[in-house]
Ligand binder design. Structure first.
Ligand code: AMP
Ligand code: MG
Length: 496
């Protein structure tokens, strides 16, 4: 399996520090070879950020590696063990269709996991085939790029390759492997797994590793550092979910195995951006009770963090009562932090610099009105940003402008008390309100062309637009309008 004695100018600089953890945390195993791999897309910009040279990577050698057929000498593939609460129920899981290639050290010294997904069966596959279909892998590519450009912490896709083999779902589909890049794939579920297999030593090993990898500034002696680990993970989650709410992103499957301790968005399955504002919005076909609805995301994040805190109890204090008290006290910080990040974000969206007590009520009034009037979330903020100027041709912005008139009076009053100029206020709004998001019908159109007609041009055009979501001078009209009622029953799927 091993080839590629030299790096051939690609720039691999891989380590596998994860393998220093106790062996229960992973299984060393190679990806399954595929019949006839072919390139679909390589993310040149991301490759360069990683210190890779895309021109040397985008050839057969690079393709073999990124489709799981031949590993570089520096790669030591393995799959990670983890558990998780899925829709509230505890289960043992693990990478059922993923292989870690290694941690790429960038020229700046940052460390990123490179993981193949759809790369074949592993000891954690259970009934699954270990494979993935092309459409969902390209969807993950689009969503990751859009999130990154919107300033939301996220994993990203480096490459997608087809395998030349069919995968069997409801229909027969083209198989594909993607490579994804994340600060790490340590999940709340990884800690739950450590706690499940018992022994404080295992939890400590994972916590120490996580601490050194993600929060090195807080590494110190004794139990206090584990409270800091919890506190930092909470802060990052609060920031992340605030960004989701502000941009209208619905993750769709916030099981604890899909929550990264690094605070990045991972596991792009049934996610989607909300169009018409409603706090109960759900796209996932299996989320029948709306557990992971838009408006529930902050509370679910908190619930997940409680599961995380439980796993750390043995490290927080020798005395269980004392440990519980520390965990509770630290968890109490989540909602105030979420609110802080969200309020700051809303102020920016509305061009407000100074803080006032009544701002929260003002923001909630706006959201209530949006919900009542069934306004498009993104375009309602654009209508406020553009005011009477740039509305020609946009029905949803015009509708929002008219519907928001009563609230705008309140907002104008509030802005009169601001210390900054109107110009500064408008600039702030333009930085916070995206002109475009990956609208569901546009994403589907791009995927349909790519998958059914092997035409990648629609996706490439969409990616170009999504790369610059805050460019308010560009002509994005085609990408700004919501799909309309035809698309109102849009459904998304997990694990495809
Ligand atoms: P997800 O819904 O993507 O978070 O996946 C939940 C679990 O199912 C994880 O352990 C995945 O590795 C596993 N899984 C999803 N799809 C497959 C598949 N086709 N083959 C094997 N395992 C899978
Ligand atoms: Mg998952």
């Amino acid at each position: 399996m091993k080839t590629n004695k030299e790096d051939r100018g690609i720039g691999w600089n891989l380590e596998q520090t994860y393998l220093n953890l106790p062996e229960v945390f992973y299984t060393r195993n190679d990806p399954e070879e595929t019949e006839k791999p072919e390139w679909v897309i390589l993310n040149h910009e991301l490759a360069e950020c990683l210190g890779l040279h895309p021109e040397n990577l985008q050839n057969d050698e690079g393709l073999w590696l990124l489709s799981g057929n031949k590993m570089s000498d520096m790669a030591v593939p393995f799959s990670q063990a983890y558990a998780g609460h899925q829709f509230g129920h505890f289960t043992i899981l693990g990478d059922g269709r993923a292989h870690m290639v290694g941690e790429q050290i960038t020229p700046e010294g940052a460390r990123y996991d490179i993981q193949l997904k759809g790369s074949g069966r592993t000891p954690y596959s259970r009934q699954g085939d270990g494979r993935a279909a092309l459409g969902p892998m390209l969807r993950e590519y689009i969503m990751g790029e859009a999130m990154h450009a919107l300033g939301i912490p996220t994993s990203r896709v480096l490459s997608v390759a087809t395998t030349g083999q069919p995968v069997y779902r409801e229909r027969v589909l083209d198989g594909a492997v993607l490579s994804r890049v994340a600060q790490s794939h340590i999940r709340i579920g990884t800690f739950e797994y450590a706690a499940y297999i018992g022994k404080k030593a295992k939890i400590k090993a994972l916590a120490d590793y996580t601490m050194r990898r993600h929060f090195p500034a807080f590494v110190e002696e004794g139990a206090a550092q584990y409270q800091k680990l919890l506190g930092e993970a909470i802060r990052k989650q609060a920031f992340l979910v605030a960004q989701w709410q502000l941009k209208g992103f619905i993750h769709g499957v916030m099981n604890t195995d899909n929550i990264a301790i690094s605070g990045e968005t991972i596991d792009y399955g049934p996610c989607a951006f909300m169009d018409t504002y409603h706090e109960k919005t759900v796209f996932s076909s299996i989320d029948e009770l709306g557990r992971y609805a838009y408006g529930n995301q902050p509370a679910i994040a908190e619930w997940n963090l409680v599961r995380f805190a439980e796993t750390l109890l043995p490290l927080l204090d020798e005395d269980q009562e004392a440990a519980i008290a520390i965990a509770k006290e630290t968890l109490m910080e989540f909602m105030p932090q979420f609110t802080y990040f969200w309020m700051n974000g809303m102020r920016k969206k509305l061009g407000i610099f100074d803080q006032e007590e009544a701002d929260e009520a003002l923001f909630n009034d706006l959201l209530s009105l949006m919900q009542k009037e069934e306004l498009d979330y993104t375009n309602a903020f654009l209508a406020l940003t553009y005011g009477g100027r740039t509305l020609a041709g946009s029905d949803s912005m015009e509708k929002a402008r008219e519907a928001l008139v009563p609230w705008v009076a309140q907002w104008e009053e509030r802005k009169k008390r601001e210390s900054r100029t109107d110009r500064e206020s408008l600039d702030l709004m333009k930085q916070a309100n995206p002109a475009v998001i990956p609208r569901n019908h546009q994403v589907e159109k791009a995927l349909e062309a790519a998958v059914r007609r092997s035409d990648l041009s629609v996706m490439e055009d969409l990616l170009e637009v999504l790369k610059r979501p805050f460019d308010h001078e560009a002509d994005y009209k085609k990408y700004q309008e919501p799909a309309g009622p035809k698309f109102s029953s849009y459904r998304t799927f997990c694990g495809t």
